[in-house]
Design a protein around this ligand. Structure first.
Ligand SMILES: [Fe+2]
Ligand SMILES: [Fe+2]
Length: 144
């Protein structure tokens, strides 16, 4: 995760990745924790491609749970930029499918795990900083 110039907030997310919505921020923390598990797996010298695949599945299962939560909020409050946001979630799904594909040909599962962890983390950081924070800013004006 990127280091915040202002330091990390008490909840473990750097300020630029906080949306201010507790449930969304909690989901994001969990997603970063799951990225860390992929990265930790890369340190195992005996790592098998099958295990990396399981880690990816573990990450994307939570991502789907989280996307469903965001979708529900977008629909409930008729979020105008829904299409762009959802296209981003779809792009993520395609990237995950591509990772699984790569793994079937990968000679070095540890290198693959490193690369995949970095890519997942980068996707999360860009998506949260850009799309999720925009959604949160909209919701702040609508919700309760
Ligand atoms: Fe999102
Ligand atoms: Fe999100």
């Amino acid at each position: 995760m990127v280091e915040s110039q202002n330091g990390e907030a008490a909840d473990g997310l750097p300020n630029e990745l906080r949306t201010g919505f507790e449930k969304i921020d909690a989901d994001h923390r969990e997603l970063f924790a799951r990225v860390d598990r992929v990265r930790a797996a890369a340190r195992d010298e005996q790592l098998a491609a099958e295990v990396v695949r399981d880690h990816i599945a573990f990450f994307s299962a939570y991502a789907e749970h989280h996307f469903a939560r965001e979708l529900e909020l977008m629909r409930k409050y008729a979020y105008p930029d829904q299409e762009v946001h959802l296209a981003d979630h779809d792009e993520f799904r395609s990237a995950v499918a591509a990772f699984k594909e790569t793994l079937t040909r990968e000679q070095d599962p540890r290198a693959a795990a490193e690369r995949i962890a970095a890519a997942l983390e980068q996707w999360l950081e860009v998506h949260i900083a850009d799309r999720d924070r925009a959604l949160a800013a909209f919701l702040r004006d609508r919700a309760d």
